[in-house]
Design a protein around this ligand. Structure first.
Ligand code: PLP
Length: 382
């Protein structure tokens, strides 16, 4: 039997994520378009993104925040290319995005003293292996496996190396211990449902010190350059940008940040996300044929919730057949108009991935879950 209730919003994609409740194109009515982003008005809008981000996230006053090109990838690569080299590097990877950064450092930068500390999908690597004398690169929330670091307790307060954290599906949904993090990045189209285009790059004082004291031996494209004459380009952290930003995307980012404040700031966003996750968690506990891909409860992402089918029938299938089943389930949900884009990521084990970040309403998550019961029942032989 098909459930009677449908989610009011069927957008559960893990990026670009659902717009905030009540969003319409009208939210962009005041956008500074057809004007220079360097005009007083344009620059003020860019500064507003920086200031609101600082306020909502509680970024310390001595940490700098920039809007940079090319989304989260741009922000991470800017950091890797600009900072790595003087120390050995520990690269943590447990899913596709973390492994992307490993490939960058090993195959592109070709740093001789870099090591991958990895784990299979569903697990976290042994964080105890991270050497505080080394730089470390990691994702806070592995979007493709739904595994996140539970906290920052494994990061030494007395570290000599830098911590470079890709926090794109964590920022605004999870508490980040800023003093443990020297570089933090995210993009706009995740937890606040903004538009893809630009990345956010946060630099702590130790990262700035590295930038001003170390010159990488490789060429630096203009898009990555944050230093001129051995000094940080401060304008970049005051609303100037390296190249031209989309002022429509900027306006939308401001809209998302103002909405964030209206629901109680970071605490409100975290609470909304946790309530969404809790709804899924209750359903998983009551449903014998599904489980979280993330094995340890403390590592389960509350935003990109990855689920795998767990009954004997499914586990007895080849991996190709499993992928086919998972795709069929996602396709049925989409055909019914109850959930869009909930198939697992292409490199991840076959299953479902449900975005549960702050822009998603808990009532919609609750309305979706009985539909997954229905869709899996349709695909599984009786
Ligand atoms: C953890 C993580 N890192 C990096 C990216 C890439 O982000 P972008 O497309 O904003 O560059 C994503 C996108 O989903 C992600 O989830």
């Amino acid at each position: 039997m098909k459930p009677e209730r449908r989610p009011a919003c069927n957008q559960f994609s893990s990026g670009p994520c659902a717009k905030r409740p009540g969003w319409s194109l009208g939210a962009l009515g005041e956008a500074v378009i057809g004007r220079s982003h360097r005009s007083k008005l344009g620059k003020a809008r860019l500064q507003e993104v920086i200031e609101l981000s600082r306020r909502v996230l509680g970024v310390p006053a001595d940490y700098r925040i920039a809007i940079v090109p090319a989304s989260d990838t741009g922000a991470v690569e800017m950091a890797l290319w600009s900072l790595l080299g003087p120390r050995p590097v520990d690269l943590l990877a447990w899913e596709s995005f973390g492994d992307g950064w490993v490939a960058d450092v090993l195959k592109q930068l070709r740093l001789p003293e870099a090591r991958r500390i990895g784990a299979a999908y569903g697990q976290l690597p042994d964080l105890g292996q991270v050497d505080p004398a080394h730089d470390v690169v990691f994702t806070w929330n592995g979007t493709t496996s739904g595994v996140r670091v539970p906290d920052g307790d494994w990061i030494s307060d007395d570290r000599q190396g830098l911590t470079i954290c890709d926090a794109t599906s964590a920022a605004f949904a999870m508490d980040l211990p800023w003093r443990k993090l020297d570089v933090v990045t995210w993009s706009w189209q995740k937890v606040l449902g903004g538009e893809a285009a630009h990345g956010m790059l946060v630099l702590g004082p130790r990262a700035v010190e590295r930038l001003e004291s170390y010159v990488p031996p490789w060429p630096m494209p203009k898009l990555f350059r944050m230093v001129a004459g051995g000094k940080l380009v401060e304008g970049l952290f005051e609303g100037e940008t390296i190249n031209t930003p989309s002022m429509l995307a900027v306006e939308d980012a401001i809209d998302g940040l103002k909405w964030a404040e209206s629901v109680g700031g970071l605490d409100g966003l975290v609470a909304r996300t946790r309530a969404n996750f809790a709804a899924i968690d209750r359903w998983v506990a009551a449903t014998p044929w599904i489980r979280f891909l993330a094995e340890a409860p403390a590592t389960r992402s509350t935003t990109s919730v990855c689920l795998v089918f767990a009954d004997d029938w499914f586990r007895g299938l080849t991996s190709e057949a499993q992928a086919k089943v998972a795709k069929e389930v996602a396709a049925k949900l989409e055909a019914e108009g109850v959930a869009l884009d909930v198939g697992s990521y292409r490199d991840a084990p076959a299953g479902l991935r449900i975005w549960a970040g702050a822009t998603v309403e808990t009532a919609d998550v609750e309305a979706l879950l009985p539909w997954i019961d229905w869709a899996y029942g349709q695909v599984r032989p009786t």
